[in-house]
Design a protein around this ligand. Structure first.
Ligand SMILES: Cc1cc2nc3c(=O)[nH]c(=O)nc-3n(C[C@H](O)[C@H](O)[C@H](O)COP(=O)(O)O)c2cc1C
Length: 329
């Protein structure tokens, strides 16, 4: 006698997965993902038409964003009480396929991370002054370690401050970059407000310079002052052994596991990738900070001093390119 095949997903279950994916962080809140459900297989697709030609010309951050969405998708499947297998795909359109298996109880850790998905948001302001205890910092960093991906606390904050200060000045004066950023921050309010882009409120002038998105009015503190501000934060760099598309996806998966782990521990944070796109920046960062690989993202975190507002999201139906899903909410 052969065992029955795993049951296909119901519309409610598909909505549950889509909601988790939609809450993932993404570069400029561009939400570059879509879903296609085929019985017990869920494809995470690249959503086209939202490329950031200036900020992200090679699509690295788009893949990192899809990696973050993949973490949410896997956690949601496990929270539904189903086993699953995740396969990275080397395809321009299909980023990964999650094959849903038999009933399997979710672990306490999967539940905790799943419940952090809706609470996580980018917190670009300064943190409450107390430093996070070492045991907690170790647990947050360890949450993302996987084959080929390393999560490390950077030393040499003087060098980091120097490099970030330099990048802030370059980005501030880059008209093409500023124009693209303006497009992605201007349309989240007012008559043409839509469900993507970064809301103005998320980019408060009180945000730590270089922590947020650099605009023409972003102040650049002196390197020594900046190094002091960085020392009051908790920083992690996500690095990969090599620099392939699969590495970018894996870095995104790791980044989100780290971020959700921090969220589950009542911490908040934000991610910095903008400077890494400047020519030569990644290599200099790796060598001056003696990093164990190619830096893909910097994550800063701490205890919140003030709450951060949530960002908008596209309607769930927009996540399904292949037609009606029964009016997901
Ligand atoms: C790959 C990636 C790169 C990002 N880079 C930056 C960045 O350089 N600066 C920044 O302030 N936020 C950055 N973000 C955060 C996004 O702007 C944020 O996730 C998005 O606006 C949605 O808001 P939320 O995180 O509050 O849900 C990045 C996020 C991802 C996933």
């Amino acid at each position: 006698m052969t065992a029955a095949a795993p049951a296909a997903l119901t519309t409610e279950q598909i909505g549950f997965l889509a909601r988790a994916v939609s809450r993932a962080p993404s570069v400029h809140n561009s939400q570059p993902w879509q879903l296609r459900v085929r019985g017990t297989e869920v494809d995470l697709l690249m959503r086209h038409g939202v490329e950031l030609r200036r900020q992200d010309p090679f699509g690295r951050d788009r893949l990192l964003s899809c990696g973050a969405a993949l973490t949410d998708l896997e956690l949601a499947v496990r929270t539904l009480g189903r086993d699953c297998h995740v396969e990275y795909r080397d395809d321009e359109d299909v980023v990964a396929t999650v094959t849903i298996g038999r009933p399997h109880p979710a672990s306490a850790r999967d539940f905790a991370l799943y419940h952090a998905i809706a609470r996580r948001r980018s917190h670009r302001r300064a943190f409450f002054h107390s430093r996070v205890p070492e045991g907690v910092r170790t647990a947050v960093a360890a949450a993302g370690e996987t084959t080929g991906v390393h999560v490390v606390e950077p030393g040499r904050l003087d060098k980091l401050a120097e490099l970030l200060g330099f990048a802030t000045r370059v980005l501030r004066d880059d008209r093409g970059y500023q124009r693209e950023l303006e497009l992605w921050t201007a349309h989240t309010h007012g008559w043409n407000a839509i469900g993507d882009g970064v809301p103005e409120d998320a980019l408060s002038p009180e945000a730590l310079p270089v922590a947020g998105l650099v605009r023409t009015a972003t102040p650049v503190p002196d390197d020594v002052v900046l190094a002091g501000r960085l020392a009051a934060e908790n920083l992690l760099v996500v690095c990969t052994d090599t620099d392939t598309r699969a590495d970018h996806l894996a870095a995104g998966v790791t980044l989100q596991r780290v971020w959700l782990t921090a969220t589950a521990k009542a911490l908040v944070g934000s991610v910095i990738t903008q400077p890494l796109h400047l020519t030569g920046f990644r290599a200099r960062l790796a060598s001056e900070l003696a990093l164990p690989g190619v830096p893909q993202a910097i994550f800063r975190y701490g205890y919140p001093a003030v709450p951060a507002a949530p960002s908008p999201r596209l309607a769930l139906d927009e996540m399904f390119p292949e037609g009606p899903t029964g009016g997901l909410r």
